[in-house]
Design a protein. Structure first.
Length: 409
């Protein structure tokens, strides 16, 4: 079991379902985990901190600033009491918030550090899971669903509430799963997270992301709507798995993922030059949306508007992916992307063969939640050996993890 020897912070917030936290602590302990309960003040109205402290064998923590804590500068103060959230963020192998109320979901989704539990989650370097519990209508409210989706986009795993009788007397979705079921889900989730960690250690990965811009004049260009988010998430996921990652980034407004070496490019010619310079990577993921055509004779000064139409003469830009495929070495994995509006699979399979790819990731530009400018994505992965993997609609971070599970297990 993945929980054997694991250090788990169990966050408990103020829901009637907090009474189940006692059994969750016991079940985690039976699975071999070391459990540190962290409660919100509201949670203590439903279950005493002493109960969880006794079952966990560790003091259940509630206050961000414990009573009597005089600060680290005071030599008489309890050492590190006011920085406990930082210590726990480093200590934990997993943080699980169960039950997570609507208030707690909103706090975590927006980064409010209004409790010790929120501070621990913000400090955590480990995977985070939330198990919401609330009345049916509260769960379905658009604000709650927005917060849940934001958490998913941030990489937090959300356990869907169970359906059944609720404390309000209504029947519907909103129950915290039964403790044994929840702990089984935690064990599975933590096992998957651990399997990913270090899976690409010792390998090199090259990712291209974002659009290219092809100048018409000093202030205008041809481009497309790519934000680069999918490529950036793939680069970040590969770095989390221990790879040495180089990211060739078109002009996008995204921060560099931790542990990733970033090289900024603008034009397709820039991208080709840098891609060939880094082409020896073990895994190459060409997620950039390269402009297929560029003005043949860009002006060195702004083209003035006239009463007539403007005719642009375009040249074909270099085919970066084909160039990488033409020199692919033995043992290298080369993955391309195809964003199509019609006959998508036929076009993607033709591109897969023509450019000597190992995999191609197909997006449907006309499907909501896919492609450019969305927080989510859905991919159909087609392999040169005939394999097919469907990745359902999810946050781009989640899709990136599933993408690497398929192409670089």
């Amino acid at each position: 079991m993945a929980l054997a020897g694991a250090r788990v912070v169990l966050g408990v917030s103020g829901s009637i379902a907090a009474y189940k936290a006692a059994e969750v602590v016991r079940a985690l302990g039976r699975a071999g985990a070391e459990v540190q309960p962290v409660m919100t003040a509201a949670a203590t109205r439903f279950i005493p901190a002493l109960t969880l402290s006794t079952l966990a064998g560790r003091e259940a923590l509630v206050e961000l600033f414990p009573e009597g804590d005089r600060g680290a500068a005071d030599p008489g103060a309890a050492a590190g009491a006011w920085t406990k959230h930082v210590e726990l963020g480093l200590w934990a192998d997993a943080v699980v918030v169960a039950p997570a109320t609507a208030q707690t979901l909103a706090s975590l989704a927006h980064g409010f550090c209004d409790s010790l539990l929120a501070a621990v989650v913000l400090s955590a370097r480990c995977p985070v899971m939330v198990a919401p519990a609330m009345d049916h209508d509260m769960w379905l409210h658009p604000a709650t669903q927005r917060n849940v989706e934001r958490l998913r986009q941030d990489g937090v795993t959300v356990v869907e509430p169970a359906s059944g009788p609720l404390a309000s007397g209504l029947v519907g979705q909103g129950r915290l799963p039964e403790p044994d079921d929840l702990v089984a889900e935690i064990d599975r989730w933590l096992g998957e997270a651990r399997a990913r960690t270090g899976a690409l250690a010792g390998t090199t990965v090259l990712v291209t992301a974002g659009p290219t811009r092809e100048a018409v004049d000093p202030v205008r260009f041809l481009s497309n709507g790519s934000t680069g988010t999918m490529g950036f998430e793939i680069a970040a996921a590969a770095a989390r798995r221990g790879a040495a990652v180089t990211l060739l980034a078109g002009p996008v407004a995204l921060p560099t993922p931790p542990g990733v070496e970033r090289v900024d490019v603008v034009t397709a010619d820039d991208l080709l030059r840098e891609a060939l310079a880094h082409a020896d990577a073990d895994l190459v993921v060409a997620a950039a949306a390269v402009a297929d055509y560029a003005p043949a004779d860009p002006s060195d000064r702004k083209v003035a508007k006239t009463d007539g139409d403007l005719t642009l003469h375009l040249r074909r830009t270099p085919d970066v992916l084909a160039a990488l495929g033409a020199q692919k070495r033995a043992g290298q994995t080369l993955v391309g992307f195809a964003l199509e509006t019609h006959d998508g699979e036929a076009h993607a399979r033709a591109k897969l063969a023509r450019k000597h790819l190992d995999w191609i990731a197909l997006n449907a530009a006309s499907t909501p939640g896919e492609g450019f400018g969305t927080g989510t994505n859905r991919l159909t992965l087609l392999a040169a050996d005939g394999r097919r993997v469907e990745i359902p609609t999810a946050s781009k971070r989640t899709v990136a993890e599933a993408f690497l599970d398929a192409v670089a297990p």
